[in-house]
Write a protein that binds this ligand. Structure first.
Ligand SMILES: *[C@@H]1O[C@H](CO)[C@@H](O)[C@H](O)[C@H]1NC(C)=O
Ligand SMILES: *[C@@H]1O[C@H](CO)[C@@H](O)[C@H](O)[C@H]1NC(C)=O
Length: 245
């Protein structure tokens, strides 16, 4: 009887804490973590015994916001707007979906992941504060899943370990997260330009090399041979009378 009452007590207390930590996907896909995205495992079979129409949100926060995070601030509120993150919003909420989409049953070989940061179209659109936009800096970030029944938080997972995105340089050589991205972008751009220049030079060299080869080949074979043959003919023609003399 007491065991049956436990979930009810937890619900009365407010939030049902699930002993699940969101984790980066280990599926063998290319580019799981980029400079503005990362890929999580879907929280399947995590929010059991809730109604199917409960909406599960992903919360992305800076680590400083984790310890006293307020679950009652609704998705889409200014303090949870993607466009204000992380400057004036310490977290944002995105990737809302009903629990129905996170069933326990996972068909074998099916890839069940969530790509965080994949939506570029709404990144600067202030009317879409729950945009799953590209992450603005390498982080680190911490994430959790929060289940809302209408606007009431009913269950949540634990916070993930800090997630750091890829940078062109080592994180230690970046002075601050703000200029880190631009410095990284500059480094990446210059590396790409150098690589492109090398590629172009190689192509040009190959073109010249093959071109001269092909030209040399044709000059010693096709056209001049025709000329040579003609000369032989003329020589032959001139030679014959000379031989006759
Ligand atoms: C997710 O939230 C947005 C904004 O609140 C809403 O327009 C959309 O219908 C929601 N989608 C789902 C699947 O709940
Ligand atoms: C969710 O809300 C409905 C009413 O909208 C309520 O009947 C139900 O008990 C709530 N579920 C939880 C888990 O709070």
């Amino acid at each position: 009887m007491f065991l049956l009452l436990l979930p009810l007590l937890a619900m009365a207390h407010g939030l049902d804490e699930r002993p699940y930590k969101p984790k980066l996907s280990t599926a063998s896909l290319g580019g799981l973590t980029t400079s503005s995205t990362f890929t999580l495992e879907q929280p399947r079979c995590v929010f059991t015994n809730l109604r199917d129409d409960v909406v599960v949100w992903l919360v992305v926060a800076v680590p400083e916001a984790v310890s006293n995070f307020n679950n009652s601030v609704m998705p889409g509120a200014p303090e949870r707007a993607f466009q204000k993150f992380p400057a004036s919003a310490s977290a944002y909420m995105t990737l809302n979906t009903t629990l129905l989409n996170y069933p326990c049953h996972k068909p074998p070989r099916e890839i069940t992941v969530l790509r965080v940061g994949s939506e570029t179209s709404c990144a600067t659109d202030n009317t879409r504060p729950t945009c799953n936009g590209p992450l603005p800096a390498p982080g680190p970030y911490q994430v959790k899943f929060l289940a809302l029944n209408d606007s009431n938080p009913v269950a949540e997972t634990a916070w993930s370990e800090p997630i750091t995105l890829k940078t062109a340089r080592q994180p230690s050589s970046i002075p601050s997260t703000g200029s880190g991205r631009s410095a990284g972008m500059i480094a990446l751009t210059s590396i790409l330009s150098i690589l492109f220049a090398i590629l172009l030079a190689t192509l040009l060299a190959m073109l010249v090399f093959c071109g001269s080869n092909a030209y040399g080949g044709s000059s010693s074979f096709s056209k001049p041979e025709a000329v040579t043959v003609q000369r032989y003919n003329t020589h032959h023609v001139y030679d014959q009378p000379a031989a006759r003399l």
